[in-house]
Design a protein around this ligand. Structure first.
Ligand code: PLP
Length: 370
């Protein structure tokens, strides 16, 4: 089996699993309990908050634990409840849906053919009553990294909070919320070799969206519910490990993707690597293979033990073209012919070259029969 769908989810790191098992055995008390035994569970939370905050250059008190990226995004969008929000067209469905559900009005800012949103367009979309700008840090279907720092400077000048969905970026590229003027930021553990069911929202001090869940008042009242200590511990361990090898991993992934792209293009000259002129996550690439439907490519690759995707995993069963590929200006037919390859820590060069060969073979077999 060759797993090339790390943008959908990453395999949990063994060291994370061990940390979680140990945590579940040793720190299972309810952290809100008053007796001293619960102190060790509180310590796990405290340390995890410190780890995530440290990676973002935030303060521990600015981190709220959630159950996933979707929840973090939904909580962030609560800041614009009943008001106007500016949102990028290539956002993940969890941002777009939350914006449409809670905001009175939403302005959608387009991306160009290279997948980038223009800071000037964001500036133009902001109104007197804008309560939030939400622009992703990096896109899950193209890997494109947005000009967050420039947008952050505009948001700061206009005094409108900036939310960044960094679910794909956190743990893969360095993020500094202070220097980049980010006011809220979503992350999710399963995208950086941590467990499913653990996420976090960074909220600059003083920012308080209306909570989605109320009750026991955990997470400073922002997210009630007894904390999932083991998952949070796993998320922190995964973050620590990601921080440790981030620079080296990024270099390695970028180096591995180049021969893959070259091998694919040499066998399929009509193949187009999307957003090649934009800064991108090192391990995420999207390729348009004209005439080969992604659903077909995925199924055929699966038969030879290679797992790839056609964009967002959550839309994998939809016949509709991806809104992200359409936003780049592709036609619906072209957008249905895009495959995403996303690599990770364990991917090896020879495996990637085999994937390129298989994909090219499938392309020629399927398109020749038409
Ligand atoms: N935002 C982006 C950019 C994503 O890629 C994903 C997941 O694919 C999410 C949000 C949702 O995260 P989660 O699966 O943790 O809910």
């Amino acid at each position: 089996m060759l797993y090339l769908d790390h943008a959908a989810t990453t395999p949990p790191d063994e060291r994370v699993l061990n940390a979680m098992a140990k945590c579940m055995r040793e720190h299972w008390h309810n952290p809100s309990a008053a007796y001293s035994a619960a102190g060790s569970a509180r310590k796990v939370l405290r340390e995890a908050r410190g780890t995530l905050a440290g990676m973002l250059r935030a303060s521990p008190g600015e981190i709220a634990f959630t159950s996933c990226g979707t929840e973090s995004n939904a909580l962030a969008l609560q800041l614009a409840r009943g008001r106007h929000a500016v949102v990028c067209a290539a956002e993940h469905a969890s941002v777009l849906h939350a914006a449409r559900a809670v905001c009175a009005e939403v302005s959608i800012v387009p991306v160009d053919a290279q997948g980038r949103v223009s800071p000037e367009d964001v500036l133009r979309a902001v109104r007197d009553n804008t309560a939030l700008i939400s622009v992703q840090y990096a896109n899950n279907e193209t890997g494109v990294i947005q000009p967050v720092r420039e947008i952050g400077a505009i948001a700061r000048r206009l005094r409108v909070p900036l939310h960044c969905d960094a679910v794909q970026a956190f743990g893969h590229v360095p993020i500094d919320v202070r220097a980049e003027n980010i006011d809220l930021l979503s992350l999710s553990a399963h995208k950086f070799y941590g467990p499913r069911g653990a996420g976090a929202l960074y909220l600059r001090q003083g920012i308080r969206p209306q909570p989605l869940l109320t009750g026991g008042g955990q997470e400073n009242g922002l997210r009630s519910g007894t904390e999932n200590i083991a998952a949070i511990c796993g998320m922190a361990e995964a973050a620590r490990l990601a921080q440790e090898d981030m620079a080296e991993r990024a270099q390695r992934e970028a180096r591995l993707m180049r021969p893959f792209g070259a091998a694919l293009r040499s066998r399929v000259p009509s193949c187009i690597e999307l957003c090649g002129a934009s800064p991108r996550l090192p391990g995420v690439r999207a390729y348009l293979l004209p005439g080969l439907e992604a659903t077909q490519a995925i199924a055929d690759m699966d038969l030879v033990g290679i797992q790839i995707s056609g964009g967002a995993a959550c839309a994998a069963h939809s016949a509709d073209a991806s809104h992200v590929y359409l936003a780049l200006g592709l036609s619906p037919q072209q957008a249905r012919c895009v495959v995403r390859i996303s690599i990770g820590r364990a991917t090896r060069e020879e495996e990637l070259l085999r994937a390129a060969q298989e994909l090219a073979r499938i392309y020629h077999r399927r398109t020749a029969s038409r």
